[in-house]
Design a binder for this molecule. Structure first.
Ligand code: ADP
Ligand code: ZN
Ligand code: MG
Length: 492
């Protein structure tokens, strides 16, 4: 198959077709050790150091199932609204690959851990429910590393540190209809799995991997078209680009009288195109059979109940609670539930300040802005949630003007100190004392005779100008309400 650029069908023709997409997502579980042995499951160790007879696939070595991996898999399946089967079974999926020393992967086949779930996506205020066919457990293979450029100096290496790392595979129904929906679905999976701490979902480290199945059909057609499977989608952007390309390719092919072949295709980020890797005629026959070295996985009601009780509030729930309980706008609630860390930080600020809207404003605005400028994560924030809560409280009580609060905040960010300490040290306390402010106001009145005249002749809006002058004179430290009242009295 040539990889030359395809002729795109015009929008009017594209509009006559509907895309159908189903995703197969692999997620690395955040266990300390591998799924069938005690080797560390961490990332970044020197090649082939985290290995033992089991994960090297040596003859006679027997797997022992990691209970923690099963717990995390169940937790994920519960969060994705699946039915957990009381009994599931591991199966051998046989194939040859240099980084698969056993000659088979231990996966689950006809008796998976969990089935029949869903994820709800909100796109442009419309909720779309995407069905989840199944969630099953499996072990990861090792990694082949290809090195060198010239033929004379080209080597392939195998690193088996990753061999035996615990994975779950989440298979969706063919329920998505656009690259945007697929993107939103993967985003939702990532957010949920991070919230429940089942995986870091770090795509760069391969902790979240995605294969996309795509077909197109004339709009209104009930039957599914022939699908192509696209692999090598290791970023959200690649997923969207690959799907858009693949949908356009299939439509153009059909429009020109061709037929979509059932095949596996690879996305090439350099060209933005997909290219055929293998056709279905060369499809693997995996010769699945039940894994004889592992007993069936039994999940008792009690165990399931205790895992369910560890589930935190999930992002969608949290989002609607933030709107209902705190009166936040949908957009703000969305931003503040992007990660569990942000939502917990925000609620800690609210707990101290008692003012959710102002808290949201400061967390999303000043705090996130400053963190972003300095390339810091929330976890490294020099400002503690309790301290930001104190600041918001002072502001809400009128003990600090907006301008002073900003000044105090930037000093909090620079020093990590509490607001009270900074206000004390820098003498930034608000001036509410009438005696002290009267002198300031007399000065403002004396210096602005024209505005005073205008005010007296009925142009009361000029008061803002005079208040501003008084604020300037006190470097923003005057209490605005007191200044306004005093000015009105004097000019009265
Ligand atoms: P296979 O037998 O090729 O593995 P499956 O039926 O197991 O195919 O489905 C694998 C994935 O492909 C699932 O996510 C499913 O939703 C999706 N899928 C199945 N048929 C289609 C289709 N015609 N178009 C798009 N996606 C599909
Ligand atoms: Zn091992
Ligand atoms: Mg399948």
């Amino acid at each position: 198959m040539s990889s030359s650029a395809i002729e795109l069908a015009p929008p009017a023709i594209m509009a006559r077709y509907e895309a159908v997409i189903g995703l197969e997502v692999h997620v690395q579980l955040a266990t300390a050790t591998k799924i069938f042995c005690g080797c560390p499951a961490g990332f970044g160790a020197p090649p082939n150091t985290n290995v033992c007879p089991v994960c090297l696939g040596l003859p006679g070595a027997l797997p022992v199932l990691n209970r923690r991996a099963v717990e995390l898999a169940i937790k994920a399946a519960l969060a994705l609204n699946c039915r957990i089967h009381p009994q599931s079974r591991f199966a051998r999926k046989n194939y040859f690959y240099p980084d698969l020393p056993k000659g088979y992967q231990i996966s689950q086949y006809d008796e998976p851990l969990a089935e029949d779930g869903y994820a709800d996506l909100v796109i442009d205020d419309v909720t779309r429910r995407i069905g989840i066919t199944r969630v099953h457990m499996e072990d990861d293979a090792g990694k082949s590393i290809h090195d060198g450029f010239k033929d004379s100096d080209r080597y392939s290496y195998v690193d088996l540190n990753r061999s035996g790392t615990p994975l779950i595979e989440i298979v969706s129904e063919p329920d998505m209809r656009s690259s945007q929906e697929a993107y939103a679905y993967l985003t939702e999976l990532k957010q949920v799995l991070q919230f429940i701490e089942v995986s870091t979902c770090d795509m760069e480290k391969g902790h979240l991997r995605c294969d996309a199945n795509v077909s197109v059909r004339p709009r209104g057609e009930k039957q599914l078209g022939t699908k192509a499977e696209v692999k090598n989608l290791n970023s959200f952007r690649f997923l969207r680009e690959a799907l858009d390309f693949e949908i356009a390719r299939q439509v153009a092919l059909i429009e020109s009288g061709g037929r979509v072949l059932q095949e596996t295709r690879l996305y090439n980020p350099d060209t933005g195109e997909t290219a055929s890797m293998r056709s279905k005629e060369h499809a693997h026959d995996y010769r699945y059979f039940p894994e004889p070295d592992l007993a069936p996985v039994r999940v008792s009601k009690e165990w399931l109940g205790s895992i369910r009780s560890t589930l935190p509030e999930l992002p969608a729930r949290k989002r609607s609670r933030f709107v209902a309980e705190y009166g936040l706008r949908e957009y703000d609630a969305d931003v503040l539930t992007q990660s569990r860390a942000v939502s917990e930080y925000f609620e800690a600020v609210v707990a101290v300040s008692g003012d959710a809207k102002t808290a949201a404003h400061w967390v999303m605005g000043d705090l996130m802005g400053m963190l972003k400028t300095q390339g810091k994560e929330l976890a490294d924030s020099p400002v503690r949630a309790e301290d930001l809560g104190e600041l918001v409280k002072l502001l809400a009580r009128g003990e600090l003007s907006g301008k002073l609060a900003k000044e105090v905040f930037s000093k909090m960010f620079a020093s990590g100190d509490a607001p009270a300490a900074i206000i004390e040290r820098e003498g930034l306390k608000q001036i509410s004392d009438t005696g002290a402010l009267e002198a300031v106001i007399s000065g403002v009145i004396a210096a602005n005779p024209k505005q005073v005249e205008q005010y007296k002749s009925g142009k009361t809006t000029v008061l803002h100008y005079l208040v501003g002058k008084a604020m300037q004179a006190t470097r923003g430290q005057a209490n605005v309400t007191v200044v306004t009242d005093l000015l009105k009295q004097k000019l009265g």
